[in-house]
Every structure is written in structure tokens, then in C-alpha cells.
Design a protein around this ligand. Structure first.
Ligand code: COA
Length: 320
């Protein structure tokens, strides 16, 4: 029987500190009205002093493990998507292993806001090749550490957080699991979005820069195309999906993607208003929210497209 890669638990974590649009308007020349109208965002969460990306990842993993009914000792692999690790090495993945107390394969994946899709593909490969049986797949980001808090064009968009899933081999749930993945990148588009520094260039993390309008256009076009393409590889169309869980960058962007695909708004999970763009954490955060509030049910077909710095983009289609 075909080995399936099935999500058996989801979890997420947002730091306690909330940064409102009103508070941002006291820091840069902006307003609650402008931010809500252009992005749909009204709050984002910010790491506490001393809190790190691996701390957030651990909290999300603990919740995903509890939801799946497992303890850390049942896990034999971890893939963490992040662009904002605690340190250059070791990886966030190994720090999570250390804090939770398990061993097995561990790696960080760097694909910016597409990171969770690349991480799912990595974990799916491990499961299908027999390298692991049960893997934590995590998106965790401390975006507040790389945002330029003087740039009103970007600082209003981002927030910190983490999301995780337990992905495991199953031979008993033939209809569930990952059906198709699509991964792509075009490095020629790197100047549109990134940081202006890094370990080997400035010996700092650098600060985030972005050509907002161009990234918006690429986001709409490429996430819509990735969704249609990935579904087509399994002879499905957007009419077949129960949920569109797109990268949570901007509520207006998600509305446009849905409109271009003729997906009704009721089928879109939109959590960006309360946590902002959490980069690689955004899709697992949105998935966990919709699982916990009962919208996403076992057997539902979900399309998850993403786009991020690189530019990278891709999609995953799975049955929860
Ligand atoms: N508050 C008030 N005014 C602002 C502002 C803010 N926070 N940020 C920019 N502006 C101003 C600009 O300076 C500009 O003023 P001008 O006309 O006097 O020059 C005006 O608003 C319009 O700026 P523009 O950049 O054209 O706005 P926009 O409608 O494209 O919205 C974004 C800006 C960033 C919200 C939008 O481009 C966006 O969401 N892009 C994609 C971002 C994203 O998702 N990135 C991550 C993808 S992984």
C-alpha cells in the first residue's frame, strides 16, 4: 500500500506582547485606518526580551504533539523553516530537539515566506524514503528582529510567531495526507525583497527591505498560478478544495488571489489581521487556527500556496 504523509496534529504560538496599529502610529508616520485599509492587519505579536525563535518553535511543537497524542520521544525528525534563527549554528531544529529532548534528523530550511512549503517537501521526502517515521514540521520567525522600525512601508506588516505540524507515515488513511507539492524560485527577483546584511556580508542580520507594489503583484500572480498548477497535477481544480490557506502576508492579497481563482471568501482562512506577516510561520499558524476553531475537519482538501524572498514560491495540496 502507498505510504501517505499525514498531518496528525497542529500547534501554534504567538508571543504575549501585542503591538497595535495605534502604537505603531506613535512610532512612524502612519495610521490605524491606512494599515487596516491596505493590509487588513490590526495587531501583531512581538517576542519578549530574551525570548528566541527556538522558544516559540518549542511552544508550537508542544501543542502539535499534544494534539496528535504524542510525546517528544515519539518523534524521529524535525524540519524548521526560518530566516531568523537564534544563531548561525547550530540550527533552530537542533535547539528544539535539545529543549524537547529527542533525537533524529534535524535541519533548518531557508526559503523566507515559502519556507513552510519547502519544509513540508523535505519532511515528506524523509518519510517516503524511510529516513524518518514521524517528523515535526515547523515555521518559526522573529521578524521583529530584522524589521527596520523606522520604515513605515515595511514595519507595519510583520510579526513574530510559530506554527508546527506532526507529519507521519500512515498506511491506514488512504485518503488523507500530502497529494502534491510544487516548489520554485527565481533568484533574478532577489532585489525585490530581502535583508541588507548577513553573516558573510555585514556580520549583522541586516534589515528588511521590500518593493511593496511589485512583491504584491508577484504574490497574487504566483500564488494563484501555484495553486492551479499543483491541483492540476492530481486532476483537481480549485472547485474541489474545501480551504485555501495562502501565505498570510496581507488580507487584500489573499482576497485578490481568491478572486482570481474564483474561490469564495468563506473558503479562505485569513488570520493575518491578528498576527501580521509571520513569514514561514504564517501557513501553519493559519492551519492550526482553523483546525482548533473547527473549520478544518479530517477529510478536507486544502491548498496552501506561498511566496517569499528569493523570490521563492510554491504550494502544497493535502487532505487534512
Ligand atoms: N502609512 C501611511 N502611508 C504609507 C505607509 C504607511 N505605513 N507606507 C507607505 N505609505 C505611503 C507611501 O509613502 C506612498 O506615499 P506617496 O504616494 O506619497 O509616495 C503611499 O502610501 C502609497 O504607497 P505604496 O507603497 O504604493 O502603497 P501600497 O498600496 O502598495 O501598499 C503595501 C503598501 C506594503 C501595504 C503593499 O504594497 C503590500 O502589501 N505589498 C506586499 C507586501 C508583502 O506582502 N510582502 C511580503 C510578501 S512575502
Amino acid at each position: 500500500m502507498t505510504k501517505r504523509s499525514v498531518i496528525s496534529g497542529t500547534g501554534s504560538y504567538l508571543p504575549a506582547k501585542i503591538l497595535t496599529n495605534e502604537a505603531l502610529a506613535r512610532m512612524v508616520d502612519t495610521s490605524d485606518e491606512w494599515i487596516r485599509e491596505r493590509t487588513g492587519i490590526h495587531t501583531r505579536h512581538i517576542l519578549a526580551e530574551g525570548e528566541t525563535t527556538s522558544d516559540m518553535a518549542v511552544a508550537a511543537c508542544e501543542r502539535a504533539l499534544a494534539a496528535a497524542g504524542y510525546s517528544a520521544g515519539d518523534i524521529d525528525g524535525i524540519v524548521v523553516a526560518t530566516s531568523t534563527p537564534d544563531c548561525s549554528m547550530p540550527s533552530v531544529a537542533t535547539k528544539v530537539q535539545q529543549k524537547l529532548g529527542f533525537t533524529g534528523a534535524a535541519v533548518d530550511v531557508s526559503a523566507a515566506c515559502t519556507g513552510f512549503i519547502y519544509a513540508l517537501a523535505t519532511a515528506h521526502g524523509w518519510l517516503q524514503m524511510g529516513l524518518a517515521q514521524r517528523v515535526l514540521v515547523v515555521g518559526a520567525e522573529a521578524m521583529s528582529k530584522i524589521v527596520n522600525w523606522n520604515d513605515r512601508g515595511t514595519c507595519i506588516l510583520f510579526g513574530d510567531g510559530a506554527g508546527a505540524v506532526v507529519l507521519e507515515v500512515s498506511e491506514n488513511k488512504p485518503k488523507r495526507g500530502i497529494h502534491a507539492l510544487f516548489l520554485h524560485a527565481n533568484g533574478a527577483l532577489a532585489p525585490l525583497l530581502g535583508t541588507d546584511g548577513g553573516v558573510a556580508s555585514s556580520q549583522t542580520a541586516g534589515h528588511l527591505f521590500m518593493s511593496g507594489q511589485e512583491v504584491f503583484r508577484h504574490g497574487v500572480e504566483k500564488m494563484a498560478a501555484a495553486t492551479t498548477h499543483t491541483l492540476s497535477t492530481i486532476d483537481k481544480t480549485v472547485a474541489d478544495i474545501d480551504w485555501l490557506i495562502a501565505h498570510q502576508a496581507n488580507a487584500r492579497m489573499i482576497q485578490k488571489i481568491a478572486k482570481n481563482l474564483s474561490v469564495p471568501e468563506e473558503k479562505c482562512v485569513v488570520t493575518v489581521p491578528f498576527h501580521g506577516n509571520t513569514s514561514a510561520a504564517s501557513i501553519p499558524l493559519a492551519l492550526d487556527t482553523a483546525v482548533r476553531d473547527g473549520r478544518v475537519q479530517p477529510g478536507h482538501l486544502i491548498a496552501m500556496p506561498a511566496l517569499g524572498a528569493g523570490l521563492t514560491w510554491g504550494a502544497c495540496v493535502l487532505t487534512y
